[in-house]
Write a protein that binds this ligand. Structure first.
Ligand code: 3PG
Length: 213
């Protein structure tokens, strides 16, 4: 199974903001205990690269990637730190080309037909759709999916356990992403049991949705 098939099977890629690198490993372990095998550590904090390094070294079962990758140098740093995939909020050709050259899976943010066309022409099969709620949610993605039939979407932004079924029940949605299963506040207060509980709720629901669809 390749990376993109694994993402589709998992159904969820949490967006994780780590403010203290020492929280990275317990957060990864809390996600795994709740059945979540992917985590996108965002390069929004100064310790993000160290957080990726720690998870890569200490939690081998976790597929740790980097998010908020805005530039080629971000992508190079994240890959050097051990990120096994790259997610961007927008479409940056230099980031995509670098990842393709290094055979690192990349999911760029694309919300317009022009951006999705750019991703399609790079041979990408999954694009991030962010911020999903603001850009029209499922109905917008449905219209785009009708045209871009080879592309599948990873919506993020405003998704949670309550509304994820409206996305995941559609065949053109590869998986959902977001921060609701591991909010920064819960990480900062070391509520790792709470994170596991949220992950368990989400993964149980994903299993039910996938059985139904
Ligand atoms: C992202 O980077 O995809 C968003 O920050 C996630 O949005 P959320 O916090 O609403 O889940």
């Amino acid at each position: 199974m390749d990376f993109f098939e694994q993402v589709e099977k998992a159904g969820i890629v949490p967006v994780v903001v780590i403010d203290d690198a020492s929280d990275a490993v317990p957060t990864a372990e809390a996600l795994l205990s709740g059945g979540v095998e992917f985590m996108e550590i965002t390069l929004r904090t100064s310790c993000a690269l160290e957080a990726i390094r720690q998870v890569k070294k200490n939690v081998p079962k976790m597929n740790v990637g980097a998010g908020t990758v805005l530039s080629l140098s971000n992508a190079k740093d994240a890959i050097a730190a051990g990120a096994s995939f790259i997610v961007s909020p927008g479409f940056c050709p230099e980031v995509v080309d670098h990842c393709l050259a290094w055979e690192v899976p990349v999911i760029p943010g694309c919300v317009t037909p022009t951006e999705i066309t750019a991703a399609f022409n790079k041979g990408l099969s999954i694009v991030k759709f962010f911020p999903a709620k603001v850009y029209g949610g499922k109905s917008a993605i449905k219209e785009l999916a009708g045209v871009f039939r080879q592309v599948r979407f990873l919506p993020t932004g405003g998704i949670d356990t309550e509304n994820m079924d409206e996305y995941l029940s559609e065949p053109y949605i590869a998986a959902v992403g977001g921060s609701w299963v591991c909010p920064s506040k819960m990480i900062a207060s070391h509520d790792f049991e709470g994170i596991t509980k949220k992950c368990t709720e989400a993964t149980q629901k994903i299993r039910e949705i996938k059985k139904e669809s």
